[in-house]
Write a protein that binds this ligand. Structure first.
Ligand SMILES: [Mn+2]
Length: 314
């Protein structure tokens, strides 16, 4: 029997936390391959995740700083990556681990292993959608608590089914899961969203809370997203936000940084650039303007921001 750590990406969002937490419960429930699964997180717990875990009586996953090399004669630490696969987004020391599995809904970046593994990647709206389907695959019925945690992340990751990353799988599952819980899934998702203390977010939090690093050509590019129900406050803080972007980029040693201030009610993003971002500007078809550029309809970093930027680098 091995202990397997299960965790989502760095700067975790609600999907990264909930997919790891509920997948861990599922795998322990069925004693999958006789291992013991332990949920971990690679960064601070988002406020909405902390609230949902408390409401359902679910223990918070502990922080995992890094994976150390195995002691002489010992097996490397086994891990399951949730909601990511790229090395720049995973735990420090990942090369010291054996990747036992991946449950993800992103592009495959620089992922490589020495041995076969469980690799489940589906282009659905959230990793929690995949975890929900894994219950069916393993002949299990999720508890109400598990359904609540999974549905919360299906809603936050798809911005209440409005993001273009939403698929028919979420459109079909979400109403059924809402019915099981006795809630309207859209309203439930909105309540989860509003439990974020966004009215008090600092520029540093707007930049760093949800940010991912990508290799774009030979450059390191950071792409952050701050989701809000009202962008007015953020738009009044642009100089401070730009300063926080420059500081974050310098701290991470990246070449450039892009930040999307996404207004989920107005359904679009105000996009800011700092550092070397020529490829990013080309990919998005916009220039670097002092106050940022409003891109109507842009809600998904993955599909509408990262993908065109990566394509422009080829
Ligand atoms: Mn996700």
């Amino acid at each position: 029997m091995s202990t397997v750590y299960v965790f989502g990406h760095k700067n975790p969002d609600n999907d990264a936390i909930m997919s790891a937490v509920v997948l861990t419960q599922l795998l322990n429930q069925v004693k999958f391959e006789g291992n013991e699964y332990v949920a971990r997180r690679l960064g601070p717990l988002p406020a909405e995740s902390a609230k949902l875990l408390a409401e359902t009586g679910t223990p918070e996953p502990e922080l995992l700083e890094s994976i150390e090399p195995a002691a002489d004669g010992a097996e490397p630490q086994k891990v399951i990556l949730c909601d990511h696969n790229e090395s720049a987004q995973t735990v420090d020391g990942i090369h010291n681990a054996t990747v036992f599995g991946v449950v993800d809904h992103h592009r495959i970046g620089d992922f490589e292993t020495a041995a076969p593994l469980y690799y489940i990647c589906l282009p659905w709206g959230s990793s929690c959608t995949i975890v929900r389907r894994l219950f069916d695959l393993l002949g299990q019925t999720p508890t109400k608590e598990q359904t609540k945690l999974l549905l919360s992340a299906m809603m936050t990751d798809t911005l209440m089914l409005k993001s273009p990353t939403t698929t028919n799988v979420e459109r079909e599952l979400a109403p059924k899961m809402g019915e099981e819980l006795g809630v309207d899934p859209i309203k439930f998702g909105m309540d989860v969203f509003l439990s974020r203390p966004s009215g008090s977010f600092t520029p540093e939090q707007m930049v760093g809370n949800d940010i991912k690093q990508f290799e774009v050509g030979d450059k390191k590019l950071l792409i952050g997203q701050y989701e809000t129900v009202d962008k007015t406050r953020a738009l009044g803080m642009i100089p401070e936000i730009r300063e926080a972007m420059r500081a974050y980029q310098a701290e991470k040693g990246a070449d450039g940084i892009v930040l999307c201030l996404t207004d989920i009610m107005e359904e679009g993003s105000q996009v800011l650039f700092e550092g070397e971002t020529e490829v990013a500007q080309k990919g998005l078809g916009i220039a670097n303007e002092a106050g940022g550029v409003w891109m109507p309809g842009v809600l998904s970093r993955k599909k509408q921001v990262a993908a065109p930027i990566l394509a422009a680098a080829e």
